[in-house]
Design a protein around this ligand. Structure first.
Ligand code: ADP
Ligand code: MN
Ligand code: MN
Ligand code: MN
Ligand code: MN
Length: 366
């Protein structure tokens, strides 16, 4: 799209016109929006009509579908069918009250997981180590951009005043597009996403939402759904969502995906020794974790702007400049959870939660 022509008016949806059609009777049919993850870590989706409402939202009751993988970089043109296997179903906040969102895994024609299907391995790790009852809570930071890829509300030439007033900011000039944050929050609650909160971030036009605690594979599923909902909500405002870990170079905070983690053992009295044992294991596989913690993360993990440096593993109580932070309250109680601060905003939650399980409790083939 030509950015010269890209005005808000030309791309935003027209709520008043759409409202005329929204209440038309669907004659008992259900609209199902199938959602998948593409080669670049974006969500894609397409719709199909179901004859009736599936009972109890069970994914196994929904049809397997397919798409043209050569158009998404997920398959070659001469063997382009990629299959969509439903794995989770949610009420659709954009088409209430009976229509559904269907999160799907991508599978190739030879019945092996597609190269970009990171969920499949993650499920195996979660099942193998289920007795530890892993809980995750992910903090998704993101930046809102205008249609010319400038952080929303920033001057076209030049910069806003330095960081300071924006984090958890209240008032004009400190935050932008709170409507998107509010609408996304509601959409998540409607869909059943365990969104646990939101806040404005340190860099202007940057926000965060948290999802969790979620058990096992539910974490990746819910975070991907929440990302889809955010892109869809922002689309209605003709605003772009960027998961770039360092959208603006220099003295501006990057964007992360802090990953909080605990097991049943860590959450009990005396849990600190299990937390410390897990941190020791993470230390031994720092490089392997960084490899799957997001692209461009080296621009963010500089040791400044509340990050640890990318090439050293550090941990500490209440330390926001470390790789791993043990929250003050947990240290005081002697049990609870810890925060892995290394993952970048654009990392895949299936890869993050999967490698944490693998490092702490062993690989699937061990
Ligand atoms: P921060 O102080 O780092 O900004 P947030 O409040 O933004 O922390 O996010 C904390 C996240 O940790 C939330 O998603 C929350 O659900 C999650 N969380 C809380 N307790 C646990 C736990 N015991 N195990 C795993 N995650 C947890
Ligand atoms: Mn076609
Ligand atoms: Mn946070
Ligand atoms: Mn944050
Ligand atoms: Mn955090």
């Amino acid at each position: 799209m030509d950015s010269q022509q890209a005005t808000k008016e030309s791309f935003a949806s027209n709520a008043a016109v759409l409202a005329k059609f929204r209440d038309l009777d669907q004659r008992g049919k259900i609209m199902a929006e199938y959602i998948w993850i593409d080669a670049e870590g974006n969500t894609r989706s397409k719709s199909r009509t179901l004859e009736e409402k599936p009972e109890g939202y069970k994914p196994e009751d929904l049809p397997i579908w397919n798409f043209d993988g050569s158009s998404t970089g997920q398959a070659p043109g001469d063997n382009s069918d990629v299959y969509l296997k439903p794995v989770a179903v949610y009420p659709d906040p954009f088409r209430p009250p009976h229509n559904i969102l269907v999160l799907a895994e991508c599978w190739d024609a030879d019945d092996t997981p597609n190269k970009y299907n990171h969920r499949h391995e993650c499920v195996k790790l979660m099942e193998l180590h289920a007795k530890h009852e892993p809980w995750f809570g992910l903090e998704q930071e993101y930046t809102l951009l205008d249609l010319n890829d400038r952080p929303y509300g920033w001057p076209q030439n030049g910069y806003p005043a330095p960081q300071g007033p924006y984090y958890c900011g209240v008032g004009a000039g400190k935050v932008v597009m709170r409507d998107i944050v509010e609408a996304h929050y509601r959409a998540c609650l409607y869909a059943g996403v365990k969104i646990s909160g939101t806040n404005a971030e340190v860099m202007p036009a940057q926000w965060e939402f948290q999802v969790g605690p979620c058990t096992g594979i539910e974490m990746g599923d819910q975070l991907w759904l929440a990302r889809f909902l955010l892109d869809r909500v922002a689309e209605e405002f003709a605003v772009k969502v960027s998961l770039d870990p360092k959208p603006i170079p220099g003295d501006w905070n990057g964007a992360g995906l802090h990953s909080n983690f605990s097991t049943v053992e860590m959450r009990k009295e005396g849990g600190m020794k299990h937390i410390e044992a897990a941190i020791k294991k993470l230390e031994g596989r720092h490089k392997e974790h960084i490899a799957v913690y997001g692209e461009g993360n080296e621009k963010r993990l500089t040791g400044r702007h509340e990050t640890g440096a990318i090439d050293t593993f550090t941990y500490g109580v209440a330390n926001r400049g470390a790789s791993i932070r043990i929250p003050r309250e947990c240290a005081a109680k002697g049990y609870g959870y810890f925060e892995d601060r290394r993952p970048a905003s654009n990392a895949d939650p299936y890869l993050i939660t999967g490698i944490i399980m693998e490092t702490c409790f062993g690989a699937v083939d061990d």
